[in-house]
Design a protein around this ligand. Structure first.
Ligand code: CP
Length: 322
């Protein structure tokens, strides 16, 4: 495929190709030079219409490690502020010779719209979804998958390693594009995926989505059934910026009932690990001490994995142009 927009139609072979390619780039990143000439002469444009710290920086670093040239765009300092449209912005970057576009936007569907426009124009420009509204965040779910799989088998990360594992996803599922992408990848692996949130953040409506998912997916409106015997716990940020006043819970009450703490992890497997895509509201969805505890927390490892996984995505998309 020359676009990566969603994980809904990813095949097990594609997951394993990304995981194995990322493992080889992790080896490159452990060397002194950390760089390969693979994408020399290619241009990667990071078009972020919504703020980001880790996704934007790690795509930029990944492109640079592959020797591509990078263009970084920030909406607030661009000609969008003068009324230029998103598609005209993308076409402007195309005219400069961009080979791949990494797109983030607060509205679902923008990366898809840009990919369709590139296809309509008949140009082989790869579009990567770096997070669109509440829809999907495929590279985040792939780096989460890589983080978990390499913990189990550092040399040969593969989808099958998660078969029969129990994974809890706890937090603001309603607004989470990370949860949606993770649901596709984790259910494809054969893991048991348990979602837990207050009813306002995990509406019954979500059950319709569940019936479309081939794997084992369960919904809970209390946290304990999701945590019981879990191997991995993914915590999600309360996305206050996307909530109406009606949806926003009291943060203290949320932490009391759903916040992940060392004490709450006692009912999980003894070697349970905790993930969070970031940015974190410390002391809300996860306690501050747990976040920093290397016995449990994979949060920094997720960020490190992000560079190798994004190198793999850019490399595989770059190769598909040939
Ligand atoms: N996880 C994630 O997407 O973080 P950023 O918003 O900082 O990119």
């Amino acid at each position: 495929r020359h676009h990566v927009l969603s994980l809904a139609d990813f095949t097990p072979e594609e997951y394993n190709t990304v995981l194995q390619t990322a493992a080889s780039f992790r080896e490159v990143l452990s060397r002194r030079t950390k760089k390969v000439p693979t994408l020399q002469g290619q241009v990667v444009a990071n078009l972020f219409f919504e703020p980001s710290t880790r996704t934007r920086s790690s795509f930029e670093l990944a492109a640079k490690r592959l020797s591509a040239d990078t263009l970084n765009f920030a909406a607030s300092t661009s000609s969008l502020t003068k009324g230029e449209t998103i598609l005209d912005t993308a076409k402007t970057y195309l005219a400069m010779g961009t080979d791949m576009m990494v797109i983030r936007h607060r509205e679902a569907g923008v990366p898809q719209a840009i990919a369709s426009e590139m296809d309509r124009l008949g140009v082989r420009v790869g579009v990567l979804n770096a997070g669109d509204g509440q829809h999907e965040h495929p590279s985040q779910a792939l780096l989460d998958l890589f983080t978990i799989c390499t913990l189990i088998d550092p040399d040969r990360p593969r989808l099958e390693l998660l078969k029969d594992k129990k994974i809890a996803i706890v937090g603001d599922i309603l607004h989470s594009r990370v949860a949606r992408s993770n649901i596709w990848s984790l259910t494809a692996s054969g893991a048991e995926v348990h979602l837990a949130a207050p009813p306002t953040l995990l509406p019954q409506l979500f059950a319709e989505f569940v019936t479309d998912t081939p794997g084992k997916l369960f919904l809970h409106w209390q946290v304990e059934p999701a945590l019981q015997d879990a191997d991995f716990v993914m915590t999600l940020r309360l996305q206050k910026e996307r909530m109406t006043q009606y949806l926003l819970p009291s943060l203290r009450e949320y932490h009391q009932h759903f916040g992940i703490t060392r004490n709450r992890l006692r009912i999980c497997q003894s070697d349970v690990k905790v993930l969070h895509p970031g940015p974190v509201n410390r002391g809300v969805e996860i306690s501050s001490d747990l976040m920093d505890d290397p016995q449990f927390s994979l949060i920094q490892t997720q960020v490190t994995s992000g560079v190798a996984v994004r190198m793999a995505l850019l490399y595989l998309m770059g190769s598909s142009k040939a």
